[in-house]
Ligand binder design. Structure first.
Ligand code: UD1
Length: 368
């Protein structure tokens, strides 16, 4: 049995595609997977390293501004379509799965033309433009947030699955993790981080608030600066209250390689609102304060955040309003009202989708 998986541009589209590819291999042990992406995107690097057969096709996105580059779009799109058509016809897959990014355009359109079953997974509460257009030809659309169901036509039978998270996110043991991060009994562990690159405004707020944060009773803060921003963060600290020395209850790392353990140990999260992050937070049933990245395409992180906030699982602070004072006030307000925090945790758990991968694989299986 053979499957084509496509998705590219950013990690946000590639990791779900790889999770689905891995799931297909587990369910159909002898299946073959062909991954189609672009030669320029991150997928050209990540996918072969993950052990999948990778093919690049041409794909272009239309620039939102008027630019001569847009004149090349139809020619490139046609070339990408022909390349995809040839690959899919030769490989003869049982189904073609797309997780978003421009490259899914030629891949899913040619698959549909070749009468191959097509399946789309959408990661964000505000769907990407490619997935929205392709849903008109796709046989099935799976979504991460209930709020995005309404963007897809009834004929694509959109359904809610959630976003698959790494298995370790679910299996990490809380007590062991708390021991590892040195969290004492009765202490509240706050974990703050940006996306995979870190977040300057979260770093700035934490640096500004170091003094008051160190005085909050019973709290342990683990802050992830982002590898590229670690030095900057310490510069900010030096110019602030603590002259670069961290108080005992605050710990700092450039990148969190052990995110499953860190989430397992945590009681409260402060983070951006990327889809994978939210899937992980809700899978662990954690309350959160979300600061959406304001420059994400179409401001989609704010839509993601609202999907949690409207159900009582999180609070949102806009990036422009987030600083040391709002951070400390928000923490005080939540920590003084443990009942409220417990209610948020409960609501978060209710939104978690530990079966996401199985539900996606079931949806794909129905197509052939
Ligand atoms: C800036 C931007 O546009 N980001 C988009 C990108 O998210 P992107 O993939 O950048 O960010 P996500 O929040 O979705 O995922 C971050 C991932 O990195 C992990 N992590 C992070 C920090 C760290 O120190 N260690 C660590 O392991 C997290 O656990 C998570 O698994 O694609 C997503 C899905 O389309 C969108 O929802 C996001 O809005």
């Amino acid at each position: 049995m053979r499957f084509v998986v496509a998705g590219g541009g950013t990690g946000g589209h590639i990791y779900p595609a790889l999770a689905i590819a891995r799931g297909l291999q587990q369910r159909y042990p002898n299946c073959e997977i062909m991954y189609i992406g672009t030669g320029r995107g991150l997928e050209a690097d990540i996918v072969p390293k993950a052990g999948y057969e990778f093919h690049a096709v041409r794909a272009v996105g239309i620039k939102r501004s008027l630019t001569p580059q847009n004149l090349k779009v139809p020619l490139e799109a046609l070339a990408g379509y022909r390349e995809s058509h040839k690959l899919i016809r030769g490989f003869a897959p049982r189904a073609v799965i797309g997780t978003g990014g421009y490259v899914c355009g030629p891949v899913l359109l040619s698959a549909s033309r070749l009468k191959k079953p097509t399946f789309i997974h959408e990661q964000n509460a505000l769907p990407g433009i490619t997935n929205r257009i392709l849903s008109r030809v796709a046989d099935r659309v799976a979504v991460t947030f209930e709020d995005s169901l309404r963007y897809f036509p009834g004929r694509s039978r959109p359904y809610l699955t959630g976003l698959p998270v790494r298995p370790e996110i679910l299996s990490a043991d809380r007590e062991k993790a708390r021991e590892k991060f040195g969290v004492g009994a009765g202490e509240i562990m706050v974990l703050s981080f940006g996306g995979s690159q870190g977040a300057r405004s979260i770093n700035r707020a934490v640096a500004e608030a170091i003094g008051p944060l160190s005085a909050l009773p019973g709290i342990k803060l683990l802050h992830v600066t982002g590898s590229g921003q670690h030095q900057d963060f310490f510069e900010m600290l030096k110019s602030g209250a603590c002259q670069g020395d961290l108080p005992d209850n605050i710990n700092m790392v450039p990148y969190m390689y052990e995110m499953p353990e860190a989430l397992a140990a945590a009681d409260l999260i402060i983070s951006r609102a990327g889809a994978a992050t939210l899937a992980e937070i809700t899978a662990r049933g954690l309350p959160s304060v979300l600061i959406p990245f304001p420059y994400a395409t179409g401001n989609h992180q704010e839509y993601n955040a609202r999907a949690l906030v409207s159900r009582g699982a999180a609070e949102m602070v806009r990036d422009a309003e987030f600083n040391g004072t709002t951070l400390v006030n928000k923490l005080k307000q939540l920590l003084e009202n443990r009942h409220e925090l417990a209610k948020m945790a409960e609501a978060s758990r209710g939104l978690g989708k530990p079966r996401a991968l199985d539900d996606i694989l079931d949806g794909i299986a129905e197509l052939f």
